[in-house]
Each structure stands twice: as C-alpha cells, then as structure tokens.
Design a protein around this ligand. Structure first.
Ligand code: KDG
Ligand code: MG
Length: 409
C-alpha cells in the first residue's frame, strides 16, 4: 500500500487547525493533527515543503521506519515544529493501518485496557460564586474530575479563567490564542497568586466535599521554591495534580519541589520528546506525563514514552485543550484506552463550528470518554466545510510583571 498524496489543510473554524491527509494507492486516507497554537503555518510549511515530497511512494505500513526516517534524516532533531509534523504523519499512518485492518485503532495498540477514559473538565471563575457555578455546571455536564482556575485580586487577566474579557473584548474562554496582530500583554504577580490560591481550594473543598478530584495548572510561572511552597500549601486540599508548576525545561528544578511536597505533579505539555522527561521519570520527580500525542511525535513516540514512565509508576495525563483538533483528541483516546498506565485525560469540548469541519465518533458519558468503534481514528474531515474558514493569524498572550519584565505565560 503506497502513499500517493499528502495534503495539508489549514482551516479556522473558530480557531486555527492544521490537518495532514495522507492518501494511499488503495484509496484509503488517514488524518493527522499538525496544529501548533500560534505557530500553525510553520508546521504547515514543514510538512508541505519538506515532508510531503519524501512520503510519495513509501509503503504506508512501515510506520516505525517512516518515523525514524523523518526524525533522523532531517539531521536537526526535536523541537515543536519538527515533532508536530512527525506526529501528524505518524497518526495519519496509524489511521490508515487501522482502517485497512477494519478495526478501531485501539485494537491495534493491544486492545482496550478499560471500558472508559476518565476525563477532567475546566472550571473557572473571577470570584468564588462564579467558580462554584462553573464547577456545578461541569458536574451537570457529567464531569467527575475538575480543574480549578481562578482570578487573583490585583491581576487583570489570568490564564484559564473563562469569563474574564480578552484583549479583543471577547470572553477569554478556554481559547487563549487571540486573533490580534500582536500577542496580547497580560500581567502577573506570583506573590499575589501564592497568597490567594490556597484560600480558593479551601473554599471549594468546603463547598464540594473531600471526594471530588481537583486539579490545577500553574502554567510554568513559579520558581522551584515558589512551586514547593504552593504544593505544600495545597496539601490539605488533596489535589489530583498540580500541573506545570515550573518552566520544566530545567528538569533538575523538580528535585527541589519534590523534596518539599507530596502534592502530585504533572508536567510536559510543552515537551516534544522522551529526552525532555529523562531525569523527571528516572528520578520519579513527577506523577503524570502531560505530553500531547500531536506535539510529541505521535502514537509511536508516545507509546514508548508512556512505557518508560510505566516502569516508574508514572501515569498518563494527555494534553487535550481545544488547540488539539478532534483528530489529535481521537489519537489520544485510542492510546488512553489501550495503555495500562492511564491516569486521566484532559477534555475541552470543541465549538459547534469545529465539529462541522471534523466529524467525530468519540463519546462522553458520565465522566468517561470512549473513542468509538469506527475503523481507524473515527474522525472525518469535511474539506468543503474546512475551506469555508480560511486561516486567521492568532497569537497566544504573554506576561509582564508589574515592573515591565517579561514573564512566563
Ligand atoms: O496553546 C496553549 C494551550 O495548549 C495551553 O495553554 C493549555 O495549559 C493548557 C492546558 O493545560 O490545557
Ligand atoms: Mg497546562
């Protein structure tokens, strides 16, 4: 079965998505998600200009060989653009293989290890009443695990708080990338955040009781000692995880955090290879691997990463915000269902417009996701619908401290 076409489709149904469609001489097509939020066209170009020509005539069955060929023959390794492009090819080839076998992808990955995939939703509020309403709404929608993000007195805009206005005057929502010619500037004050956050978790526990799994995303903003202090302060509220407490490209930083707190730690949505986790996993400095299938080299690489993590009782927590397209989300769900060391899956619903472009077959029932039993990934791309929504430039925001210093966002 030879590859005869590789098309790159850039579409913007409410937000930008980059999709790779590989076609074989047997007429089977496969989809891969190549979306890199705020840098979409660089992956589209990498695929169109440098990868698509190399794929022509290759045997679509040879997934591992194609992965190694794309990784090693570029000479220049790793990085989000390269690894997102390789991931898109990898996922599209797995989609083709599973369609050719007439099976849902998870069957080819070893079959289901569970009946459903526990998912967490994103609750947020500018104050406690708004936050409590948001948690209740998520519980009503069926979520049984909840991420809690909150505004902080003295800070104008904080990542993850849906109802705050964005710089374009729209609801900030869960879609921080804004269609503005320049990245929006937000503000940050770590001391104010560290003072405020434990009181919010105390209030949430008092209102919703001890059972509900609660998560929080620190979004890379703390130094190691600040992260250690926060982890310790949150211990009474029994978090499922504290995510991205430091900018973890410095893996050693997590040693210090770990020495001070038993709050479980999740890290890795900005990582793109197993090498970014080497120290973190070997020294058991984290509890959950947050990589996206789409940013970390696809199913082939994620499987190896999660098998490595499994040797240290570290579990998956695959990245799943709305900048992961329904194609990338489906890939995550097939992997979640098959692996043994599954932890939890992030789930943010895509907008109705995005769902017009991507027809999905995964389900969400009573807190659990399932990828469905269609052959392959179970996602179809409506190319006519995709063409109705051309690319629009959009940037993620960035932070400045009160004195004007640029800070991690
Ligand atoms: O594009 C940036 C988002 O993917 C990121 O901000 C989302 O931190 C995130 C999360 O945990 O979903
Ligand atoms: Mg995150």
């Amino acid at each position: 079965m030879k590859i005869v076409a590789a098309d790159i489709i850039v579409s913007s149904p409410d937000r930008n998505f980059v999709t790779l469609k590989i076609t074989t001489d047997e007429g089977i097509t496969g989809l891969g998600d190549a979306t890199l939020n705020g840098r979409e066209l660089s992956v589209a170009s990498y695929l169109r200009d440098h990868v698509a020509p190399l794929l022509m005539g290759r045997d679509a069955h040879r997934i591992e060989d194609t992965w190694q060929f794309l990784y090693r023959s570029a000479y220049w390794r790793r990085g989000p653009v390269t690894m997102a492009a390789i991931a898109a090819v990898d996922v599209a080839l797995w989609d083709i293989l599973a369609k050719a076998a007439g099976m849902p992808l998870y069957q080819l990955l070893g079959g289901a290890s569970r009946t459903g995939i526990m998912a967490y939703g994103h609750a947020s509020g500018r104050d406690l009443p708004e936050l409590f309403d948001s948690i209740r709404q998520h519980l009503d929608e069926g979520f049984r695990s909840i991420r809690v993000q909150t505004s902080v007195p003295g800070i104008n805009a904080v990542y993850g708080v849906a109802a705050q206005p964005s710089s374009t005057g729209q609801r900030y929502d869960y879609e921080p990338a804004q269609r503005t010619p320049l990245p929006a500037e937000e503000d940050w004050d770590t001391r104010a955040y560290l003072r405020h956050l434990p009181s919010v978790f105390e209030a949430v526990r008092n209102e919703f009781g001890p059972e509900l799994p609660l998560l929080h995303d620190g979004h890379h903003r703390m130094t190691p000692i600040q992260a250690a202090k926060l982890g310790k302060a949150l211990e009474p509220y029994d978090l499922f995880w504290l995510e991205d407490c430091t900018p973890a490209e410095n893996q050693e930083a997590l040693r210090l955090v770990r020495q001070h707190t038993t709050t479980p730690l999740a890290i890795g949505e900005v990582f793109n290879t197993v090498w970014d986790y080497q120290t973190l996993i070997r020294e058991q400095l984290i509890d959950y691997v947050r990589s996206a299938v789409t940013h970390t080299g696809g199913i082939t690489a994620m499987r190896k990463l999660l098998d490595f993590a499994a040797q240290y009782q570290i579990k998956s927590g695959i990245h799943g915000p709305t900048d992961i397209s329904p194609v990338g989300m489906a890939a995550a769900l097939h992997l979640d269902l098959a692996i043994h060391n599954f932890g939890i899956q992030e789930y943010m619903k895509h907008t109705p417009l995005a769902n017009e472009v991507f027809r999905q077959s995964f389900t969400f029932t009573d807190g659990y996701l399932h990828p469905g039993d269609q052959p392959g990934l179970g996602v179809e791309l409506d190319e006519e619908a995709a063409a109705r929504f051309p690319y629009e430039p959009a940037y993620l925001p960035f932070n400045r401290l009160k004195d004007g210093t640029v800070h991690d966002w």
